[in-house]
Design a protein around this ligand. Structure first.
Ligand code: SF4
Ligand code: SF4
Length: 352
């Protein structure tokens, strides 16, 4: 028998859901959703599960990840139950369930905890700079090692176990037994989704949003590669220097547009911004901008006397790598791609 959690909607509201109890189950939202199909019917089912407190069923479902938040269902809902925002809140709630550290839930629900974490990491970076007497060469040297260590640590210690737990909840526990050949065959699709998030294109009116996200992902991954593996801040190669400038400029120009839209609230999807949404776009913007300025300061030979510029960039980078990537909105990109991968395993098993 299904277990009912009577506190579930109250819990979900802390993650941003609007008023799921307003739903009277008309089904308009599912009818209008271009991504919903007979295998994965949403968002009405998820709204019902939420209202009934069927949290185990929600944990086992991939549906919240298959929604790409176009907002059409919320516009159509006659009861203003905001099913699009409910799907978004379910994604945040699911992240907190996948995360073995428990920090995602804490940071999503408590703005004070998020701000404290940001301040604490900023203080650690300033202390680190002071420890090395604000010697630019030494601070940059260890800053570069930090990037490599943070990427490896966050992936191996936090994201990988969380993805395995997501697999256990959504594939293994519900009894999906896909042969190993399907796991291997679907990897190609996983990689395509990771880089392109191409499912967004199936949403009406999402082409421009998809293009902006695509450019931003390319800029972000490119800058990560250029900074960490091509050592952008130390290289003398003109090609790598220009490449880094272009990538960092792409990031701050595109994210500036994201921030503008969230301020103007001109579309359904930008009407309800949670702190985690703001952190994501602002930190990405700052990361692109400060990286661009650090390299510019180096190229005009003023960084030595303005080490604060590098420290600002390092603070943003540390906060991004240790808060937003493992526990914040960045993880949507990862879990969503794996949800598409796991959905392929479901489809292959059901087709047998
Ligand atoms: S359109 Fe609104 S009222 Fe109708 S099922 Fe969806 S959420 Fe409920
Ligand atoms: S926000 Fe768009 S993709 Fe998501 S459930 Fe609603 S209509 Fe479907």
């Amino acid at each position: 028998m299904a277990r009912i959690n009577p506190e579930f909607t109250d819990e979900l509201i802390k993650y941003g859901a609007f008023d799921p109890n307003a739903c009277y189950n008309c089904g308009n939202c599912t009818a209008v959703c271009t991504l919903s199909d007979e295998n994965n019917s949403f968002p009405r089912k998820m709204v019902r599960y939420s209202v009934l407190g069927l949290d185990d069923e929600i944990k086992a479902s991939l549906d919240p990840w298959l929604c790409y938040y176009c907002g059409e269902c919320s516009i159509t809902c006659p009861r203003e139950a905001d099913p699009g925002e409910l799907m978004m809140s379910l994604r945040r709630w699911l992240i907190s369930k996948y995360d073995w550290t428990g920090l995602s839930g804490l940071l999503y629900k408590s703005l004070a905890a998020s701000i404290s974490a940001f301040v604490l990491l900023a203080a650690v970076v300033i202390w680190f700079g002071a420890y090395w007497h604000f010697n630019l060469e030494t601070v940059m040297h260890y800053g570069h090692y930090f990037e490599i260590a943070a990427i490896s640590l966050v992936f191996l210690a936090i994201l990988l176990p969380n993805i395995i737990y997501m697999w256990w909840l959504t594939v293994y526990k519900p009894g999906i037994k896909a042969p190993i050949s399907v796991y291997i065959k679907a990897i190609g699709e996983l990689v395509v989704h990771l880089f392109t998030q191409k499912r967004t294109l199936s949403c009406d009116d999402n082409q421009l949003r998809w293009f902006e996200h695509f450019i931003m992902v390319l800029g972000y991954l490119g800058l990560l590669f250029t900074t960490v593996f091509l050592d952008w801040f130390s290289t003398q190669s003109m090609f790598i220097i220009v490449l880094g400038y272009v990538e960092s400029a792409i990031i701050f120009i595109v994210t500036f547009d994201f921030i503008r839209r969230r301020i103007q609230k001109d579309k359904e999807i930008s009407k309800h911004s949670q702190p985690s949404d703001w952190f994501f776009v602002i930190w990405l913007f700052m990361m692109g901008l400060t990286a661009f300025l650090v390299r510019l300061f180096m190229d005009v030979n003023i960084l030595e006397n303005n080490i604060w510029m590098y420290l600002v960039n390092l603070i943003i980078l540390v906060q991004w790598a240790l808060i937003i990537v493992p526990f914040g909105k960045w993880t949507h990109f990862l879990y969503r791609s794996f949800a598409m991968y796991f959905a392929n395993l479901h489809r292959a098993t059901l087709a047998k």
